[in-house]
Design a protein around this ligand. Structure first.
Ligand SMILES: C[S@@+](CC[C@H](N)C(=O)[O-])C[C@H]1O[C@@H](n2cnc3c(N)ncnc32)[C@H](O)[C@@H]1O
Length: 368
């Protein structure tokens, strides 16, 4: 089943129970730490829409609490009764054996987990010092109490419910915080996201887009792509979207000239190659079918697939707009759209989801 269709189905059923793998969190956060070792120092980090007893975000940050110099870690979870009824409910021993356990609240209330001090007096702050309690409500990120936590935080990190991504992203933006969240790749063309990408106020995280991301899902899930060690996993076309800087985005893409590409590109036999460098019929923009075929000697507007964003270096290219089929009003004056069909068209055929970019004259890319 094509991955977009899979995501669409997940959205329709509101199945949001996809758990991020530890290695994916670690790889992404390592990129931020490598670029700025103090990125989390003295910061309050909020992990909303989490389930610390099952998910890896809290585990990862609790394990690295001292190393990163974090001031306070807060995670919140969503009540079982507020999730679709097919989602299995199973309180952990961590909850049931705690003096805070409340039979009346366990299904109907969200939980809050806080790490900020050495509660067990073993001279270190780690996962064993997590304190928890029930929230007043169900832990909905839109609730007043979770919104208050958002306002207290410096950085918000999570894999939010896919079905509520736009609400969630807008909720973060209102507070003007640093963030790193997992999203469907096509979010980059949403009207809530694209303007930020264009203005360099949000960008793709470190993790490559190719191959999508694998999430573990619930034991009773019927929609999954593989089983490993009796655990079900689903692959979705996901990415990290963030406003935390990392080194990859400052590495220019190594490029060749248009002539060199015509002779040596590895894509020459690919069916999409036949349209390379042709001008669209309805935009003053040339078609670039693959990111690594962007010529380094063309200074006008180029139409690239959205996957360009996982290689984009803002010192090398300027994003000037996107084709009108992604959302009206974003193609920008430099693309000179003729105002008719919103798709980029070549030989009567439509190209989908093209972003428009221009080389920065001052860029110092590698020409080899
Ligand atoms: C994609 S899962 C990710 C879970 C965890 N953050 C992780 O990455 O492993 C999203 C979680 O958000 C929860 N959720 C759904 N709607 C929510 C809402 N309105 N407010 C808070 N959490 C919600 C879902 O039940 C699910 O557990």
């Amino acid at each position: 089943m094509p991955s977009n269709e899979k995501l669409h189905r997940a959205k329709k059923q509101k199945n949001d129970e996809f758990y991020t793998q530890y290695a994916d969190i670690e790889k992404e956060m390592n990129a931020y730490i490598e670029y700025n070792p103090d990125v989390f120092r003295d910061k309050t980090i909020l992990l909303p829409c989490d389930d610390p007893e099952w998910s890896n975000f809290t585990k990862y940050f609790a394990q690295n609490f001292e190393r990163f110099g974090i001031k306070k870690l807060i995670s919140t979870s969503y009540a079982a009764n507020s999730k679709p009824k097919e989602i299995p409910y199973q309180p952990t021993l961590f909850e049931t054996e705690s003096p805070n356990f409340d039979k009346k609240k366990t299904r109907s209330h969200g939980k809050i987990f806080i790490l900020e001090r050495d509660t067990n007096k073993d001279k270190k702050i780690d996962i064993n010092d997590l304190e928890w309690n029930y929230l007043k409500g169900d832990g909905d990120f839109r609730s007043k109490e979770v919104t208050k936590l958002r306002d207290e935080a410096d950085i918000i990190i999570t894999n939010p419910p896919f079905s509520l991504f736009i609400d969630f992203f807008t909720w973060i933006l209102k507070a003007n915080k640093k963030f790193a969240v997992i999203a469907n790749k096509s979010c980059v063309t949403y009207k809530e996201v694209f303007p930020l990408i264009m203005k360099n106020k949000a960008w793709s995280g470190r993790e490559e887009w190719a191959g999508g991301m694998w999430f573990s899902t619930t034991d009773n899930a019927t929609d999954f792509d593989k089983i490993v060690d009796n655990k079900k996993y689903k692959n979705t076309p996901s990415m990290w979207i963030t406003n935390i800087d990392h080194g990859r985005r400052h590495q220019p893409i190594p490029l060749m000239t248009m002539d060199e590409n015509r002779r040596y590109s590895k894509h020459i036999k690919h069916p999409y190659w036949k349209d390379a460098y042709k001008k669209y019929e309805n935009y003053e923009v040339i078609e670039i079918p693959f990111t690594d075929s962007i010529p380094n000697d063309y200074s006008d507007t180029m139409g690239v697939p959205i996957s360009f964003l996982d290689k984009h270096c803002p010192e090398q290219f300027r994003i000037i707009g996107m084709a009108e089929d992604n959302g009206r009003g974003y193609s920008g004056a430099e693309s000179k759209w003729d105002g008719k069909d919103p798709h980029c068209i070549i030989d009567g055929k439509k190209k989908f989801k093209r972003l428009f970019i221009k080389r920065k004259e001052s860029s110092n890319e590698n020409n080899s």
